[in-house]
Write a protein that binds this ligand. Sequence first.
Ligand code: G4P
Length: 530
Amino acid sequence: MSDVLNEAARRRTFAIISHPDAGKTTLTEKFLLYGGALAVEAGSVKGKGGRRSATSDWMAMEQQRGISITSTVLQFNYRNCVVNLLDTPGHRDFSEDTYRVLAGCDGAIMVLDAAKGIEPQTLKLFEVCRDRGLPLLSFVNKWDRPAREPLEVLDDIESQLGLIPTPVTWPVGADTDFRGVIDRRDGSYTRYTRTTGGARVAPEEDVDPARAEELDGMLWQQATEELGLLDEVGSEFDVETFLAGITTPTLFGSAMTNFGVRKLLDAVIDLVPSPRPRVTADGGARQLEAPLSGFVFKVQANTDKAHRDRVAYVRICSGRFERGDVAIHARTGKPFATKYAHTAFGSDRETVEEAYPGDVVGLVNATDLRVGDTLYIDEPVEFPSIPAFAPEHFRVARPADVSRFKQFRRGINQLDEEGVVQVLRDIDLGDQAPTLAAVGPMQFDVAKWRLEQEFGAPTLLESTPYQVARRTDAESALPLRQMSGVTVLERSDGVLLALFESPYWLDRVIADQPELTLEKLLAEGALRER
Ligand code: G4P
């Protein structure tokens, strides 16, 4: 096997998705602890309420709010593998960002709160992830607290998400009586001991059935009975349906006490596929050992106040990346020098010298690079663009101080290219008062905050009557523009969007004039309460 194939086979690139508070940050921290990447005590990944120092959150706003808005990439070694953990924002308002991050992943872990199961607010986010067909592991977290019955949690996954759970581990006990997990693959039972605050790896012991019976009596019996039931209905791990995103291997545990965390990390290594040849825009596939190629799944500006910069995060799809390589930027055909490339560990940067398929490289000063862009060497290739979500919230943006118009325009363009918000323009008004379109309203807070803080352009955001967007074309735009309750604006990727004052009005227009082009956009209605 070539070097590239060998290295690619060692990569596991995935993300954790969850409802806020389900435990994504804690779990990330614990992965680092088990991966040996966190020398300090667990508790340093996220600065909630300023109590902890921040490694993966570096936007002041995130710290103020205690939620993760921006994504970072964490890389660590575990067993013989290189693990790339891509962070996703937990809040559903940023689900489009999550979707882009998933485009750079080979798998994902869905973290559920044991007491809450699948929460309505995040249901659609999970559905969007499921629709990508990504292999998805499920981790039922917080088993050290009062939890629902494990079989109930499985039912929830199946009935609400249409994913078939195939339990890999099964809990013995729950709440303060949570003792350990049985691995269904070989029947082994791992018992854990708590450590203070879960700051250290939880001591574990493999216990045979006779001793388990002795130690855990009823709890052990109940778990084995439940397992008997599961065996009757099948629900065995099946690699094909897992890879197709039809079944989800499910594990139980507690990120806080570290129970089951190693099992989960092992499942990532054993089950999440290593990078495979990537589908290209023309329907072919870029082989792993082909010359270098990759695509941008995230652009982030001004992460480092000291150096006003712009970083494009590139997922390597083929070949070996070497810092200094000059790649071709497929959209413009221009060469792009990768002299300033780094890996990211929260806000700490480290220069990266080489990278392989599955790795993520942060390219600094990537002024021209946008989300979805492809870079390659030698053999031209283009990867499919990442579809934009249907916006559901709209605000007209104006500079609060007209003398800052230049800064305002620069800021708006930057936010547009990063995908912080979608920017829609009226052909007649141009840049004067663009309409900002978002999937969730919190995106506006980020946009406004960044325009002020980073670009020195205080901005007024005015509400608009529009509620729903559809893709249209130039021909249909003419009659649509004449109608009341409708406007047609152009997105920066050239797509024409018709905005309607209400879904009801949209339905009426479709019924009355079926000849008009009014196509649904991705994830329309994804974030409405159900
Ligand atoms: P998030 O990133 O998904 O938003 O969740 P995060 O890890 O920040 O966890 C949310 C809260 O749930 C935290 O409590 C965290 O300690 C707790 N938690 C996470 N995993 C477990 C678990 O397995 N068991 C229990 N019992 N709790 C868990 P907090 O009160 O917000 O913060 P802290 O004071 O505990 O740090």
